[in-house]
Each structure stands twice: as structure tokens, then as C-alpha cells.
Design a binder for this molecule. Structure first.
Ligand SMILES: *Cc1c(COP(=O)(O)O)cnc(C)c1O
Length: 399
């Protein structure tokens, strides 16, 4: 090795001097153009770009409509509201996910019940569902962790047998598919996020897609305070009147953001191809490093790699995951950990009574996983830095 083999953590020279992020947006000249065009138009919000973005994205995912909102969290909350869940109802949520998958329900007085995950994919373990179903269980929340679709065949069977809805938290999986069916058209409602680390960005933003006509008007009203008409409709009708039967929020996504979303969507397929190419290269290189194992990808699932997550064989290493994390960060590699199990977070323990021991697989896995940088604009030489740093750190700590 030409570079110093002394770890940067121990004062050696780092593989990179500038930190490589674990994920970041990809912005092109045409995105900037699209945004600036809207800035000189008549509508900055509730204008024509909103429905254009909704149509383009829902087409892309094979859904009959989409309702744009101002975050993935707002998309999840809107979907939860549209199901007419009542205080005291329960929903099943995998314990390894971003906290918004569960908190939106808690805000509506609905109890999240945490489900353990499969150890080799970190997807919700369908075998753990039945035991947690009660007469109050109304919904299963699926999370296509890292970008891999869940086992929808069994999940649909269980949800139909118990008359439960499915909300797909697809904030990791725009562009993914399960047995050829695109994510966004499988669940009763699907929530997407357009945060900068996700597959496409609008700065902040989200969307609910669905094939069920019944949810459309309630989703639209909920994002606009519960009003039956938005500003543009009232302008077109030369009227100031609206009615409010149920209260909602301001969850609107602006035309400025939707224009960025439309422009990003034009490159989504290419950006996914690039993510998959990076993942393939990691797979290839990691097959030579036995202490570092990528999560499994099941047959029939198109994985879109929002994250590239590996498991560390900590038995074969002289230090734990946190030490590997610190060593890689010191080398300039922005590794990350997604996510600390929700049933171990105090806020959820207080609300739901969940506790340590409820989801043993997740509790074990959280000490083994680490996410390597992946995003469409990551160059081959940046990926080589990640691989070099990983080799350097693992070599040093190998038992
Ligand atoms: C990003 C994310 C969210 C929340 O999306 P925001 O747009 O940040 O509100 C929800 N669930 C998962 C799994 C996510 O990754």
C-alpha cells in the first residue's frame, strides 16, 4: 500500500481530506432553469406545476393519481388521516425505520406496534405480523428499507385476511418494483419523500400515490387546511367562498419545488441506473472482504439503493461497529447508521409501552450495520476511496 497504513484515527494520513457524504442531491443546469422559469411566472404555489408533477410522478409509478405535499412526513400523515384511523387504533410498523414512519400515527392518537425485521434484509419480518394483530389493528406500514421492496405477496395475504390497509413508506424506494409491479401502485397508499438524500429532490417535499379513487379528495383537502377549494380554483371561479368540514394543515408543495421535481424526474431512471452500478461494484469488491457483508437482495425485487448497507462480522474484528464507524469517518468517509430501533426510543416507549426485548433481531443487527456512501453523482474515484478506506480499516482491525 502506498498511502500510510496508520489509521487516520491514530494520526496517520486520511484516505480523503474532504468528507465524502453518505448521500447527496444531483442538480443540473436544466433543474436550475426549470426553477427560475417558475420564478417569473404567475404562480409560485397552487399553480399548474403542482398537477404536472403529480401526473408525471404517478404515471412513473403506475398509480392513478398523486397528491404532492411538502415532505415525506406530511405524505405519511396525510395517508394515515385518509384511512380515518381513530384514537385507540393500532398500526404495525417495522422497528428499523426513520421515526416518521411511526410518529405520524402517534400524532393522530393511533398506537404504533413495532415489528421485528429479517436479519439479512432488515425488511419487516412477515412471520412476526400475526402475533401482533389485535381487533384494533387497522393497517400495516411497509418500509422498503434501503430501496428494496418488502415481501408484498405475504403482506397482502395477511392484510386481506384481517381487513387491514397497507401504507407503504416508500421514502427509500421510488423507482423500485416487486415482481414487476412498481412501488407506488402496490399498497393502498404510498408515501414518497423528496428530501435531498432521496432519489429525486424538491428541497423538501413528498407525495402520496394511490389507485383508490376514494382517498383523492380527502388528501387534497387535508393539505390545504380542510378547505374544499384552493386559491387557484377560487381565482378561476371569481369567488371568495370555501367551506371547511374537517380541519387540515398547510402541507402544500410550491410550484417552485414541483418544477424542480419534474426536471429531476426526467433523470430518475438514469440516476437509479447509476446507483445500481455503484452497488454492483461494492458487491463485487466486498465479496473479497469476508468481514463485510452486504444485505441480501431477494428474487423478484428491483432494488434502487437509496442506501448501501453492510453488516460487519464483529466476531472477526477486534473492535465494535462504532469504532469502525469512527475510523472510517476519520479517513474522510461519511458512513452512517440507519436506524436505531424505534421500540428502544424513549418517546415511543412512553406512548406505546414497548421495551427492550420486543424485537431481538433488530436489537442485534443495530450493532452490526453501517451504510457506505452512495448517490448518483459519486465518481468512480470517490468510490475507490471508500473501498480503499474500508480495506485499510478492516485490515487493521481483523483478528
Ligand atoms: C426520509 C424518510 C421519511 C421522511 O421524509 P421527509 O421528507 O424527510 O419528511 C420517512 N420515512 C423514511 C423511511 C424516510 O427515509
Amino acid at each position: 500500500m502506498t498511502v500510510s497504513s496508520t489509521l487516520a484515527l491514530h494520526g496517520g494520513s486520511p484516505v480523503r481530506t474532504e468528507m465524502l457524504p453518505y448521500g447527496r442531491q444531483s442538480i443540473r443546469e436544466e433543474d436550475i432553469q426549470a426553477v427560475t422559469e417558475v420564478l417569473s411566472s404567475a404562480w409560485l404555489t397552487t399553480g399548474p406545476k403542482v398537477s404536472e408533477f403529480e401526473k408525471s410522478l404517478s404515471n412513473f409509478v403506475g398509480a392513478s393519481y398523486g397528491v404532492a405535499v411538502n415532505s415525506g412526513t406530511a405524505a405519511l400523515q396525510s395517508a394515515a388521516y385518509a384511512l380515518e384511523l381513530k384514537a385507540g387504533d393500532e398500526v404495525l410498523v417495522p422497528t428499523i425505520t426513520f421515526l416518521a414512519s411511526a410518529s405520524v400515527f402517534a400524532h393522530l392518537g393511533v398506537k404504533p406496534v413495532f415489528i421485528d425485521v429479517e436479519e439479512d434484509t432488515l425488511l419487516i419480518d412477515v412471520h412476526c405480523l400475526e402475533a401482533k394483530i389485535t381487533p384494533r389493528t387497522r393497517c400495516i406500514v411497509t418500509v422498503d428499507y434501503a430501496g428494496q421492496p418488502c415481501e408484498y405477496h405475504s403482506i397482502k395475504e395477511i392484510s386481506e385476511a384481517h381487513n387491514m390497509a397497507i401504507i407503504d413508506d416508500a421514502c427509500h424506494s421510488l423507482g423500485a418494483s416487486y415482481k414487476g409491479q412498481p412501488i407506488g401502485s402496490i399498497a393502498d397508499m404510498t408515501a414518497f419523500s423528496f428530501h435531498p438524500v432521496k432519489h429525486i429532490t424538491t428541497g423538501e417535499g413528498g407525495m402520496v400515490t394511490s389507485n383508490q379513487p376514494g382517498f383523492l379528495s380527502v388528501l387534497r383537502r387535508y393539505r390545504n387546511h380542510g378547505m374544499n377549494k384552493d386559491h387557484r380554483q377560487r381565482t378561476e371561479e371569481q369567488s371568495w367562498k370555501y367551506t371547511v368540514e374537517e380541519l387540515g394543515f398547510n402541507f402544500r408543495l410550491s410550484d417552485i419545488q414541483c418544477a424542480l421535481g419534474i426536471s429531476q424526474l426526467n433523470r430518475l431512471s438514469k440516476m437509479i441506473d447509476r446507483r445500481r452500478e455503484i452497488a454492483l461494484e461494492y458487491d463485487k469488491v466486498l465479496s473479497e472482504i469476508p468481514e463485510v457483508n452486504p444485505l441480501c437482495v431477494r428474487n423478484g425485487r428491483k432494488h434502487v439503493y437509496h442506501l448501501y448497507v453492510v453488516r460487519l462480522d464483529t466476531q472477526a474484528l477486534s473492535v465494535n461497529r462504532d469504532e469502525i464507524f469512527n475510523a472510517l469517518r476519520a479517513e474522510g468517509i461519511g458512513v452512517n447508521v440507519h436506524y436505531y430501533p424505534l421500540h428502544l426510543q424513549k418517546a415511543f416507549q412512553r406512548i406505546t409501552g414497548c421495551r427492550k426485548g420486543d424485537c431481538p433481531v433488530a436489537e442485534r443487527m443495530i450493532d452490526e450495520i453501517i451504510a457506505l456512501p452512495i448517490y448518483p453523482d459519486m465518481t468512480c474515484s470517490e468510490q475507490s476511496d471508500v473501498i480503499e478506506a474500508l480495506g485499510k480499516v478492516i485490515n487493521y482491525y481483523r483478528r
